[in-house]
Design a protein around this ligand. Structure first.
Ligand SMILES: Cc1cc2nc3c(=O)[nH]c(=O)nc-3n(C[C@H](O)[C@H](O)[C@H](O)COP(=O)(O)O)c2cc1C
Length: 274
């Protein structure tokens, strides 16, 4: 499926919605969402995952209760569950890429979403998705219409995790080594792709991604300073979608360049201009 507007606009528009109107998806919108879930979305992580539509429609009171979100989400009736083979960390990163792509498409068609990696009833959702014993469900997102304004409690949640702020460039992007911050000027035509990474969502908004621009060639080395495997997939997704939209062909490869790195920072993958 194509995006209807520039990907950077959609990245800027996406925000977590924890309040929903409860209105059912219109048939045409629902068809689009279901088509998205059927699409084979490839990622540089070279793994597989499954997305499943879960609705409260037709469920009895007890079944609906099991699709709980501990008060984090209000009014949602539909969800997308992300499913991977148990114990496969790359598949979780891949799911980060794939579900974020779907979330950006949902944003594009005016729907609200919210990554949930912790605040959902894993047992209840697993039961509803008929999860296999060799599968796990690292994340779900509600998907639906949201009101114009957030409820009071949601506003408080956003304040607590400082959801509207992001770390500055100098804390995230580096020039050749981790000791030299990368300026927007030095990023050149890749400025937007990196800005796309910076604006991405992450669990409790920790923004654990770090990127070092290669000192010699147009290559970017991705690292994570803790955070979740899902966060890594999301960062890779944003860089990939923006750089492709800008017409930069490149290849992703896990090939540690051996740059000295701070403690707690781990190499993930590199993008190199073709
Ligand atoms: C992998 C991942 C897991 C998340 N898990 C939860 C969660 O369990 N509960 C929740 O309320 N928000 C969750 N979030 C949403 C983040 O708190 C949110 O993305 C961040 O605060 C930035 O806000 P924004 O999405 O509005 O830009 C999660 C986000 C990501 C990327």
């Amino acid at each position: 499926m194509e995006f209807s507007k520039p990907i950077m606009d959609i990245i800027k528009e996406r925000t977590s919605w924890r309040t929903y109107t409860g209105a059912p998806l219109g048939q045409a919108v629902k068809d689009k969402v279901l088509a998205l879930l059927e699409e084979k979305i490839e990622s540089p992580l070279g793994a597989t995952c499954k997305l499943q539509f879960i609705t409260q429609e037709g469920l009895d009171f007890m079944q609906k209760r099991k699709l709980g979100t501990y008060g984090f989400i209000a009014g949602a009736r539909d969800f997308i569950a992300g499913i991977v083979k148990r114990g496969d960390a790359r598949a979780v990163e891949h799911l980060g890429y794939v579900l974020e792509t779907v979330i950006l498409h949902a944003t594009d068609i005016g729907l609200g979403t919210c990554w949930l990696g912790g605040s959902f009833n894993k047992t209840g959702f697993a039961e509803q998705a008929k999860l296999g014993s060799d599968e796990s469900m690292p994340a779900v997102t509600p998907i639906g219409y949201h009101p114009v304004d957030r409820r009071f409690l949601e506003g408080i949640m956003r304040t607590v995790v400082k959801a509207n702020t992001r770390k500055p460039w100098a804390s995230l992007f580096f020039d050749g080594t981790f000791t030299a911050p990368l300026s927007e000027e030095r990023a050149g035509v890749f400025k937007d792709a990196l800005e796309g990474v910076r604006l991405g969502p992450s669990a409790t908004n920790t923004q654990p991604w770090r990127v070092v621009k290669d000192k010699d060639v147009d290559a970017f080395h991705f690292y994570s300073a803790g955070g979740w495997h899902l966060d890594r997939g999301i960062a890779i997704c944003h860089f990939d979608l923006v750089s492709k939209a800008k017409g930069h062909a490149g290849i992703w490869r896990a090939e540690d360049p051996g740059i000295a790195k701070p403690e707690g920072v781990n190499y993930v993958i590199s993008w190199r201009k073709e």
